[in-house]
Design a protein around this ligand. Structure first.
Ligand code: BYC
Length: 314
């Protein structure tokens, strides 16, 4: 079968709603898109451990510390899980990580903002994990098997993350004026970057064409952003938080919340390496990677020893 016939067969499979697996034939362009998007996603999970990791030693109680520790570990696990999915497409994890450390690979813009207050742990859990869930529940229905399966598992954990974040904020909003002011300050700083997590507007999203055609993205950047806004605004109001957008209004006819303009200049600056914490984040990842070299080497030596013992016993 020539490539054109294979492409036709593949397009038909997608149109029938079938799932494809790493060993199946797929268009080269799609393989590249999946490697790009999934590796960015894996990097985001791992870099995403840093803003919250910053608060583990300063959590206000043992209970909060245990929850935060578990959450940050979960994010690391998500990263490893998604890296395994990318490896199924024929690339090496080490190469992907090298690209991240060289500043050549992207990861979510949101993790280039600093976590300045304890209430930021609430804002990250509620808004950042909340936005991730909206995006990832649709990815759980995507056409690439390893990615879809990873998303199902990850979304279960993200739900817990989101709830613990909202609980931090609702506790603070029921507290002293200083606690309420801190919670509001966090929302003021994290609201707009959370909306940017969904990517540029549909007209400025060059990758969407391929990803939608082949069933990876099931909803557009703007559709998912709107779903997140509609879900989140009432939750903010329920605990007395103000969304930092003077143009925000509910449109009774459409049933949607309308927002003011997003600062896309800021977004493109951040994704091009010039956000408030880009350099710090990459330096911290490189440091952790170098410090963990002996652990990786020990794990490989252990695995090799055990597989040779098993071979001898067989
Ligand atoms: N940040 O054509 P577009 C988490 C880039 S972590 C940075 O629309 P696409 C968590 C984009 O890559 C969850 N870059 O792209 C962890 C492209 O550049 P290139 C992270 C962005 O792929 C710890 C260019 O802009 N979630 O949950 O069609 C603690 C044009 O964009 C961003 C995922 O990674 C951005 N926000 O759509 C707490 C979800 N947006 O590569 C929580 C998986 C766009 O052409 N990814 N760019 O140079 C996706 O769903 C899609 O990749 C996106 C972008 C919607 C993000």
């Amino acid at each position: 079968m020539d490539d054109a016939a294979k492409l036709k067969e593949f397009d038909d499979r997608i149109a029938r709603g079938e799932i494809f697996e790493p060993k199946d034939w797929m268009p080269e362009r799609l393989r590249k898109q999946l490697i790009r998007m999934m590796s960015q996603h894996a990097h985001s999970e791992v870099v995403g451990m840093l803003p919250e990791g910053n608060w583990i030693t300063r959590a206000p109680s043992l209970r909060r510390k245990m929850i935060l520790l578990a959450k940050v570990q979960d994010e690391g696990g998500h990263g490893l899980y998604i890296y395994s999915g990318v490896e199924s497409l024929g690339v090496r994890r080490e190469d992907l990580i090298d690209e991240l450390h060289a500043g050549k690979a992207k990861y979510s813009s949101i993790f280039n903002y600093p976590s300045l207050l304890w209430s930021d742990m609430g804002a990250i859990g509620w808004l950042v994990d909340g936005a991730a869930i909206v995006n990832q529940t649709t990815l759980a229905k995507c056409s690439f098997g390893p990615y879809a399966r990873a998303m199902i598992r990850i979304c279960k954990e993200e739900n817990f993350h989101k709830k613990q974040g909202y609980e931090i904020l609702s506790t603070m909003m029921a507290g002293t004026p200083a606690q309420r002011a801190m919670a509001q300050d966090s929302i003021n700083r994290w609201w707009w970057p959370s909306l940017m997590m969904f990517g540029p507007t549909d007209k400025d999203s060059p990758n969407s064409i391929d990803l939608m055609r082949w069933g990876i993205k099931r909803k557009s950047n703007d559709d998912l952003r709107q779903r997140f806004i509609d879900m989140t605004v009432p939750q903010a109001h329920a605990i007395g938080l103000t969304i930092p957008d003077p143009a925000l209004k509910f449109n009774k006819e459409t049933g949607h919340w309308e927002i003011g303009p997003i600062n896309w200049e800021e977004f493109f600056n951040v994704i091009n390496g010039n956000g408030p914490c880009n350099k710090e984040r990459i330096a911290a990842r490189k440091h952790a990677h170098d410090e963990g070299k002996w652990v990786r080497e020990a794990a490989v030596a252990y695995a090799q020893k055990h597989s040779s013992l098993e071979r001898r016993a067989a």
